[in-house]
Ligand binder design. Structure first.
Ligand SMILES: [Zn+2]
Length: 311
């Protein structure tokens, strides 16, 4: 019954000139109490099956080409991943292939081959610590309990919130202190060079996402230029192909990047760039800051309804 309902609804609300671009980061092995919003394989699988059954999944290049020609199919959708997590290769790729869904992965090249993003260092430190209490006075959080899972989850949120907007060097110092309170941390969270190459070989579009994932607005324009260029050149060398697309780190217009950066992206010759602002791509959307859509719903019907209704 849901099938007929969704097909009918899709026909009613979908505009032929609109494109939905979904943004993912990870596809976990299984549900993780410290990352409750990240889908695991099971959730990602039904989401991709829904896209396969009720939408028209397209590669980014193809979708943008069809949009330019005014020939986007109904319910056109693109799947994208940011950052370059190894589970994109290990968990997402087989599911994408099962349902014949093209995808794009935007890679921060500085973390490939064993690196870790600062937020992951915090999460994994909290997970792996054998201590029951941490003294986090130095980051303004006082003494914090790690007794139970709920405490640990709240602690992750509190730390991320507290240091998110710190200047990178100061934040790195806080993170290395946090790491010192924990046991061994994973070095296989992000893809390796050869996993990126394998993704590209199997048809995944590889896009640039800077080297170190700085918030562009927080660094000077020379640094931003270098970060963007370096990541693109690294990836182009790695996969032997042009890198036409870019995704802004953190990605909120005005907050994380501004007009000087969209100009920069255009000047560097990218053909499109993606933000994390919520929305559907329509005919007059700016190619240098295409909005996306975060598919956080844990329930298939809600997920489909929001996908269909979002604009
Ligand atoms: Zn990112």
């Amino acid at each position: 019954m849901m099938h007929r309902f969704l097909r009918k609804l899709g026909g009613l609300v979908a505009r032929p000139d609109s494109l939905r671009i979904l943004i993912y980061h990870r596809v976990l092995d299984s549900v993780d109490y410290l990352r409750p919003d990240e889908p695991d394989r099971a959730r990602f699988n039904w989401q991709m099956k829904l896209l396969h059954d009720y939408f028209t999944p397209l590669g980014l290049a193809e979708a943008l080409q069809l949009r330019e020609e005014g020939r986007l199919p109904r319910n056109a959708v693109c799947v994208t991943f940011d950052d370059g997590y190894a589970d994109n290769y290990k968990n997402a790729l087989p599911i994408l292939e099962r349902w014949d869904i093209p995808a794009s992965v935007f890679v921060s090249t500085g973390f490939l081959n064993g690196g870790r993003m600062w937020n992951d260092s915090v999460i994994e430190s909290v997970r792996n610590s054998r201590l029951e209490r941490w003294d986090l006075s130095r980051i303004g959080l006082g003494h914090c309990s790690l007794a139970g899972r709920a405490d640990r989850y709240q602690l992750v949120l509190a730390i991320l919130q507290a240091i998110k907007h710190w200047e990178p060097a100061k934040r790195a110092e806080a993170v290395s202190y946090i790491e010192s309170l924990s046991e061994e941390l994973p070095t296989d969270l992000m893809m390796t060079d050869s996993q990126v190459q394998e993704m590209a070989r199997r048809g995944v579009t590889i896009g640039a996402h800077t080297v170190n994932h700085p918030i562009l607005k927080a660094v000077d324009l020379d640094t931003a230029t270098h970060e963007i260029r370096e990541s693109r050149e690294y990836l182009a060398r790695l996969i032997g192909k042009e890198i036409p697309f870019f995704a802004y780190p953190n990605g909120r217009r005005g907050h994380d990047y501004e007009e000087s950066h969209t100009r920069l992206i255009r000047d560097l010759g990218f053909s499109a760039a993606l933000s994390t602002d919520k929305g559907v791509v329509v005919s007059n959307s700016d190619d240098m800051q295409l909005p996306r859509f975060t598919p956080w719903d844990k329930n298939p019907l809600k997920f489909s309804l929001r996908l269909l209704a979002n604009r």
